[in-house]
Design a protein around this ligand. Structure first.
Ligand SMILES: [Zn+2]
Length: 461
């Protein structure tokens, strides 16, 4: 049924443009859509060559602002969402790794976006689809309903979105809904290729394909890439259902809608295939980010500024004229960007061909990016290894200009003329900060009851 309501979009859109008070009345719905493990280049609006066609997500780009340089601070689920929901970098909120791996839950002392919206009178609910976001992770703070697949690895997002729409139907405005799809996260066995049985796939007894992704002895990357694209299209279809619901209930135009991902996914670029969490290269940290403002403000706008998942919180609180969250590292998406963004992997997995030591959080890969260059630090048995990339010539970070190994960090040469900032100093500071946090160097022991679940999702080998 179409519900006719007075438009509030124009007032809030103007507030976003001006970045000032007073608060709009009434406040708009806020809808946060996150697709776990979604690469930037798998939205057709981001890359015309994308093997996945994403008409529903593309619609949000037409109706809102599309960011081409949005980055996650960490290539794993729990900590990345903690940054998104608190506006804080990893070293500040303290979630270094996923909970089961020895990481910490998000401490109660942190304030989340959901808590701020709840205080402002919003109905709040989260419908998430992955085991790694269960309530114990602590991201449920501020949600009156937190619906996670407790006791199972995952839930396909067609089920999740139905529960989300049912909640919306019973929730008057203003509502804050977080809908999370886990579909592109491996294993990808569910998705059947049209030519799965007829094509001859390359096979071998061993491979660099992450064990949780392997199907029998198939080593052909095209097999897994095609399944990943199908999973993205399935997630896109569920986004489409949610947007249609908002249309039909008269809530779409006035809603503030954000769509993004917690991290990307490695395909066959590096030494481990169809994996994330252990590396911090472009394919794992570059994420889609779409922001549809209430009304039609900035429809179709494209922003090339360096922005982060941490920037979502201050953008929403300012748009709604709410008090900012404390101790945030994010900036307003439409008025400020970052000269430099730091990132990291979650941990190093105990896999023979991954050159990192020590394992766990101590083997984190740290990275610092500017618009022009990337400096990446690996911890290896040979010492710290640094790689530098020219982001203008090599945005996919495939050909390092400099690879140096240093047993002592101080031996790394300074960056050349033209560098506005010092990424190396930034990496040093971040390494110092996180090494003082609980969970650093934690071992990878998991609760025995959870081990099989974790293996199936690729978190343990
Ligand atoms: Zn994730």
């Amino acid at each position: 049924m179409l519900v006719l309501r007075p438009s509030i979009g124009r007032a809030v859109g103007l507030l976003l443009l001006a970045g000032c008070s007073p608060p709009p009345s009434p406040r708009p719905d806020v809808v946060l859509i996150t697709i776990d493990t979604l690469r930037y280049d798998h939205l057709s609006v981001n890359d015309p060559e994308s093997p996945a066609r994403t008409s529903s997500m593309d619609r949000l780009a037409r109706d809102g602002v599309r960011f081409t340089q949005a980055w996650s601070p960490i290539s794993v689920t729990g900590p990345a969402f903690a940054s998104l929901l608190t506006g804080q970098r990893v070293g500040r909120h303290g979630m270094l790794m996923n909970l089961f791996r020895g990481g910490q839950p998000l401490a109660d002392e942190h304030t989340t976006l959901a808590e701020r919206l709840q205080e402002a009178g919003y109905r709040t609910a989260a419908f998430v689809s992955g085991f790694t976001l269960r309530a114990a992770v602590g991201l449920d703070q501020g949600f009156e309903a937190y619906d996670a697949p407790e006791g199972q690895q995952r839930r396909w997002s067609d089920r999740t979105v139905e529960r989300a729409m049912a909640w919306l139907a019973e929730s008057e405005e203003p509502a804050f809904l977080w809908f999370h799809s886990y579909d592109p996260h491996g294993p990808l066995k569910r998705w059947t290729l049209p030519n799965e049985e007829t094509r001859e796939w390359a096979r071998a007894p061993t491979s660099t394909i992450s064990p949780h992704q392997r199907s029998e002895d198939i080593v052909d990357p095209d097999y897994y890439k095609a399944k990943y694209a199908l999973a993205v299209e399935f997630a896109d279809a569920q986004v489409g259902r949610l947007l249609s619901y908002l249309d039909d209930s008269g809530r779409y135009e006035d809603a503030l809608i954000i769509l993004t991902a917690d991290h990307g996914e490695g395909l066959d670029e590096r030494e481990i295939w169809f994996e994330h969490g252990s590396l911090a290269y472009e394919e794992e940290l570059h994420v889609p980010l779409l922001l549809k403002l209430p009304g039609t403000g900035r429809a179709g706008d494209v922003r090339e500024a360096m922005v982060s998942l941490m920037d979502i919180v201050p953008t929403v609180t300012k748009a709604l004229a709410l008090a900012p969250l404390p101790n945030i590292d994010g900036r307003h998406l439409l008025t400020q960007s970052h000269a430099q963004l730091d990132g990291e992997s979650s941990h190093c997995k105990p896999m023979e061909f991954l050159e990192c030591a020590p394992q766990g959080s101590g083997g984190k890969m740290l990275v610092s990016r500017t618009f022009a260059e990337t400096l990446l630090r690996k911890s290896t048995a040979r010492g710290a290894v640094y790689e530098r990339y020219d982001r203008r010539a090599d945005p996919r970070e495939r050909s390092p200009e400099l690879v140096e190994v240093h047993s002592a960090e101080a031996q790394v040469p300074p960056l050349g003329p033209g560098s506005l900032i010092d990424p190396l100093e930034s990496l040093r500071q971040e390494r110092t900060r996180i090494s003082e946090l609980p969970g650093w160097e934690a071992d990878d022991e998991a609760d025995p009851a959870e081990i099989e679940k974790l293996k199936a999702l690729g978190y343990l080998q």
